[in-house]
Design a protein around this ligand. Structure first.
Ligand SMILES: [Zn+2]
Ligand SMILES: [Zn+2]
Ligand SMILES: [Zn+2]
Length: 343
């Protein structure tokens, strides 16, 4: 939603003149000095309004203009006045305490909050934002739309919100407190180390990739490196969508020139690797690689069955297996290309 730059003063004066009550409820000093004539009547921005009784509340221009006809005839409309009117309706209404005035920042007073600063009557969050590396507007621009209104009125830091990564990595949950401490999208954070500098489909050396898991996998890489005049240093491939908070995947063996990833799959000591839910993860990883222009050859050991068109069944690393992998590489990229890289 557009929370930012308004138009020049006077631009929407004619539109707003039809709503004298709203013009009276609106005060630029409650809205960063922006006048109502700068706000398009259909803008999806949260503005602070003040009723004739002095209640402040937040609403979009559209919400304000859509108030029921009846209430528009009254001198003013405000949620607190409306609530009070409902409570007054019964003839013997219990005497209610007068509503506490809002904080100096316009946010509703939290009577349960013990902490306060006698020299600064703003809400706790507004005071905390003073020294924070982020503004409320910036937080409003990344909070999930359904929680925007709540955050606009938020006075504390303990509540959990859902936040959206600005570059499309999806959402994550965090308290306002964590956001004040600098919490942001983990995928963005990870990508900064290396992946951000590469295009989708490029292979690179990533600091995040785990060390080679097994001796057999290292053996296979070594044997392939001996047969191919190819730099096998890269351990990651940039992919178009996040995979476990990374925009890169880490195949066991990366062959950049062929754009082929080789995985050496065993069920592991516990017999649970690459089976069940983990097989779905493997398939998702393969789909991501293929969508980045790569092909995947999985060497499937033990009782693991093929899950891709180029998978090879094996019982361990051997010279014969290396030959079969080279054959499969020819199958994928053609004899000419693969043979031209033979060492
Ligand atoms: Zn009111
Ligand atoms: Zn405040
Ligand atoms: Zn992100």
């Amino acid at each position: 939603k557009n929370t930012g730059v308004p138009y020049e003063i006077g631009r929407f004066r004619a539109d707003w003149e039809r709503y004298p009550v709203l013009v009276r409820q609106y005060h630029p000093d409650l809205n960063h000095g922006i006048t109502l004539t700068q706000v398009p009547p259909a803008a999806e921005v949260y503005l602070v309004w003040e009723c004739d009784a002095g209640h402040r509340f937040v609403a979009t221009p559209a919400e304000q203009r859509q108030r029921p006809r009846g209430s528009r005839r009254h001198s003013t409309w405000c949620p607190e006045c409306a609530a009070l009117a409902v409570r007054r309706r019964p003839p013997v209404a219990a005497k209610t305490a007068p509503p506490a005035p809002p904080y100096a920042c316009g946010h509703p007073r939290d009577l349960d909050r013990i902490e306060s600063d006698p020299a600064d009557d703003r809400c706790y969050l507004c005071r905390r934002l003073d020294g924070a590396p982020v503004t409320r507007d910036e937080l409003l621009s990344i909070v999930a739309p359904r929680m925007q209104r709540q955050l606009a009125m938020e006075t504390g830091t303990a509540r959990r919100y859902s936040w959206l990564c600005p570059v499309g990595h999806g959402s994550y949950e965090a308290t306002v407190e964590r956001m004040l401490a600098g919490r942001r999208c983990r995928t963005c954070l990870h990508a900064r180390a290396a992946a951000d500098r590469f295009d989708v489909g490029e292979a690179f050396r990533s600091p995040w990739a785990p060390k080679s898991a097994s001796a057999a996998e290292a053996d296979l890489r070594q044997r392939l490196a001996a047969r191919l005049a190819i730099d096998m240093e890269p351990n990651a491939v940039r992919v178009p969508r996040p995979f476990f908070n990374h925009i890169e995947v880490w195949p066991d063996i990366v062959i950049p020139e062929f754009r082929v990833a080789i995985e050496y799959d065993t069920t592991g000591r516990g017999g649970l690797e690459h089976v069940g839910r983990r097989e779905h993860t493997d398939r998702r990883k393969d789909r991501l690689l293929r969508s980045a222009g790569w092909e995947v050859i999985r060497v499937r050991c033990g009782k693991l069955q093929p899950i891709g068109p180029h998978d090879i069944l094996a019982s361990g690393v051997s010279a014969a297996l290396v030959d079969r992998v080279l054959d499969e590489l020819r199958e994928v990229r053609g004899d000419l290309i693969v043979n031209s890289y033979l060492a």
